[in-house]
Design a protein around this ligand. Structure first.
Ligand SMILES: Cc1cc2nc3c(=O)[nH]c(=O)nc-3n(C[C@H](O)[C@H](O)[C@H](O)COP(=O)(O)O)c2cc1C
Length: 168
């Protein structure tokens, strides 16, 4: 059971949450949904709104669903789901039904998310733009992160809802 909480009351360290725990980015609808692991992104305040931002490479299947739907979800898991997150970060929804294979139970609330999550953010897309290599000021970033020139697309989403497992 999830309960909704105010972003201002949400505890946790964003560097740990995203960078160490990792998250699932999910998008789609009842007929077609997919999720992938992400460990780059952030949360903050922009345009007077509480927002999340994620960076998705063009070849991800999740990108197709992000582009065709208004909302997406970020979800966080406890350590017992590490193998699932590894799998979701390796396999592609282009080739297999990752949600079914992971035995995740899908819930739809503007975006797909999963019963197994400990925390969920539902976000509405506000902005999407591909990283322009001409704007990268540190040549090392381009060299290290984009040897294949597959520049991320930055998505900014307004946080509409934060859900936490009510047992917490
Ligand atoms: C720990 C971890 C973090 C990742 N972070 C990102 C990320 O922030 N952005 C991204 O585009 N891909 C990231 N990936 C790679 C995608 O999760 C991976 O390519 C996935 O298979 C894409 O799935 P899809 O094709 O079903 O969308 C990450 C993978 C792992 C294992």
């Amino acid at each position: 059971m999830f309960k909704e909480i105010d972003a201002l009351k949400w505890n946790g360290n964003v560097f740990h949450k995203i960078g160490k725990e990792w998250m699932l980015v999910s998008a789609g609808d009842e007929t077609k949904a997919n999720a992938m692991t992400a460990s780059w992104g952030g949360m903050g305040v922009l345009w007077n709104k509480q927002v999340v931002f994620i960076f998705i490479r063009p070849q991800r299947y999740t990108k197709q669903l992000l582009d065709t739907h208004d909302h997406f979800a970020l979800s966080f898991y406890d350590e017992s789901h590490r193998n699932m997150l590894q799998y979701m970060g390796k396999a592609s929804g282009k080739d297999e039904d990752k949600i079914q294979i992971s035995h995740l139970h899908l819930i739809m609330d503007h975006a797909p998310y999963f019963e197994e999550a400990k925390e969920v953010i539902i976000a509405r897309k506000l902005f999407a733009q591909e990283i322009d290599p001409e704007c990268i000021l540190d040549a090392q970033v381009d060299k290290n992160c984009y040897p294949e020139k597959d520049y991320h697309i930055l998505y900014v989403g307004e946080i509409e809802k934060i859900l936490i497992q009510s047992a917490q």
